[in-house]
Design a protein around this ligand. Structure first.
Ligand code: ATP
Ligand code: MG
Length: 552
């Protein structure tokens, strides 16, 4: 696998730590909260964490940061495991859960109380906000701050025993209500939440906050480099404070990098969930979603996603990345690795009047223009074929290099044909084109020297298969759908999905395995749908066009 951690500031830090002997082995972690499906931003984080471990002969843990039971679920856990594996990474040992450390975290909370470094506070949420101060004004000490250690120990035990209602009490660290860093103003360590947890059931009615849990989880696991995104930079002093004030065995350090925000995309789980809940998309794995499972169903490959994450670099700035870079990575991978095939998405029948009715010629066609290792297949050529409606005109100027009445075109990997006349229905619509083949033009130019100007794809009408093709485009038609004050829902691209039920495929495509990718010649890249495709009912999803049509 390519080195996704190619030189960046995090690699320099790790190299220095290894050289100076601060660490002897690198241990990173990817810590998703199982409250949604993973998205492209998480893919970046996965590539950074697993990539740095790989590049330095280290390991990377997969740990569910499951401290908020209300929003979490087993479904999310399973999807996350599948997505990380699919991206091509394996984690160190067993999957880990923050919830498995609840007892240790609680014991450490007790320890902080015993040391006089934490206290039980009865302020309600609104009062706590007033006491907290603002960015420009210091906060005030809680009236409960000077409770005795004995009283705090008793109250904490009773919080844990379920004696108080939600919101009635919290456990707070005793740090500094005047700190310029709001995170240091006696942050909350534990809240009362009387909800069952997907891993620990009803064992706990108090749950640790992210800040109290995260660094301690890192310490328990012996993480050397705890890499997160920039919004946690201001939490780092608190991260370090806990590590300094607790009897931990290991001293992890936190480092931050800039979040990945691709243009035309949202990367907030809450908003992605809204798209799912409101039925804007068919689910978390809808091919238009920026989720890993959505991109997978769309036909994006793990290699292309990893390549993209490498291309964009890892920096300490939170800029927007052009989504065209992701699309470029997909095209580049599929151009090299996807076999070519022929499909007609908007069919128009062509009858080759000179070609015998029951004759079938099997024409050898390479599966790839340059990669001979991809072999070839046989294409059946018959009297009736389909071409795309856009590839025929009754009249056209010289720029139009497709089929025109009285003119010639090359059928890809087959004959040159010439159009003679059209048949129409009662409403005047063209129903068929009648044409004839030009003799001896398999792999040869016409003997009369009148060369066709263009090449078009085609499918045998008698041997081809009808299929459903889902044409996907970007889900949002705005570069920054969720920035600013507007509602991101107002920027949904109304043309992001077009379902075609009457497409025609060359017969070999029916044998495609779900998730197999192809280039449909002249149309773009397509993938056999992971769930709905079968030989009886072929279904293909458009991954991406051959060219960027947004860049104009
Ligand atoms: P959201 O804000 O969408 O809920 P999150 O950051 O809360 O995302 P987590 O499950 O906590 O989601 O994230 C797991 C890891 O992935 C964290 O280390 C987080 O920093 C990282 N991550 C999340 N979003 C991005 C992003 N857009 N770019 C890079 N890393 C990200
Ligand atoms: Mg988070």
């Amino acid at each position: 696998m390519e080195n996704t951690a190619a030189s960046n500031f995090l690699q320099s830090i790790i190299s220095d730590d290894l050289n100076s002997g601060r660490v002897t082995e690198v241990l990173t972690r990817f810590p998703p909260e199982p409250n949604g499906y993973l998205h492209i931003g998480h893919a970046k984080s996965i590539c950074v964490n697993f990539g740095l471990a790989q590049a330095n002969g280290g390991r990377c843990n997969l740990r569910f940061d499951d401290t908020n039971p209300e929003k979490e679920s087993q479904e999310y856990i399973e999807s996350i495991l599948e997505d990380v594996r699919w991206l091509g990474f394996s984690w160190n040992g067993d999957v880990r859960f923050a919830s498995a450390y609840f007892q240790q975290l609680y014991d450490w909370a007790v320890y902080l109380v015993e040391q006089g470094n934490a206290y039980v506070c009865d302020l309600d949420a609104e009062q706590a906000r007033e006491y907290r101060g603002t960015l420009t004004e210091p906060g005030c000490n809680s009236p409960y701050r000077e409770r005795s250690i004995a009283e705090n120990l008793d109250l904490l035990a009773r919080m844990k025993a379920g004696e108080f209602a939600e919101g009635e009490k919290v456990l707070r660290a005793k740090i500094d209500m005047a700190s310029p860093n709001m995170n240091m103003r006696d942050p909350i360590l534990y809240r009362i939440r009387k909800v069952p947890h997907h891993q620990t059931g009803t064992d706990w009615v108090i749950y640790p906050t992210y800040d109290f849990a995260h660094g301690q989880e890192d310490a328990i696991e012996g993480i050397t480099h705890s890499i997160c995104t920039l919004e946690f930079e201001d939490h780092r002093p608190l991260y370090d404070w806990f590590i300094e004030h607790l009897p931990v065995q290991h001293r992890p350090r936190q480092y931050e990098f800039g979040r990945l925000n691709p243009s035309y995309t949202i990367t907030s789980k809450r908003k992605l969930k809204q798209l799912v809940d409101e039925g804007v998309v068919s689910g978390w794995d809808d091919p238009r979603m920026p989720t890993i499972s959505g991109m997978r169903r769309r036909g994006y490959t793990p290699a292309a996603i990893r390549k993209f994450c490498e291309m964009i670099g890892t920096t300490r700035s939170d800029g927007v990345v052009d989504v065209a870079m992701l699309e470029f990575a997909i095209r580049e991978d599929l151009n090299e690795n996807a076999p070519r095939a022929m499909a007609v998405i908007n069919p128009l029948k062509v009858v080759l009047t000179d070609y015998p009715e029951d004759k079938v010629e099997w024409l050898r066609s390479p599966n790839h223009p340059v990669r001979e290792d991809m072999g070839e297949r046989q294409l059946p050529f018959t009297r009736e074929i389909y071409i795309d409606r856009d590839d025929f005109r009754e009249e056209a100027n010289k720029k139009y290099k497709r089929l025109v009445l009285g003119k010639r075109v090359r059928l890809r990997n087959a004959y040159v044909i010439e159009a003679d006349h059209v048949e129409r229905d009662a409403a005047g619509n063209i129903t068929e084109v009648h044409a004839h083949t030009i003799a001896n033009t398999l792999g040869e130019n016409p003997e009369d020297g009148i060369k066709p100007k263009g090449v078009i794809q085609w499918v045998s009408a008698s041997h081809g298969k009808q299929a459903e093709v889902r044409l996907y485009d970007r889900l949002f038609n705005h570069e920054a759908p969720d920035r600013g004050d507007g509602d991101f829902m107002a920027h949904i691209n109304p043309d992001s999905l077009q379902r075609v039920t009457n497409a025609w495929l060359e017969p070999a495509l029916v044998e495609a395995e779900p998730e197999q990718c192809f280039q449909f010649e002249r149309e773009g890249y397509f993938v056999a749908d992971r769930y709905d495709h079968s030989a009886d009912r072929p279904v293909f999803n458009k991954t991406i066009g051959l060219r960027d049509t947004w860049d104009s």
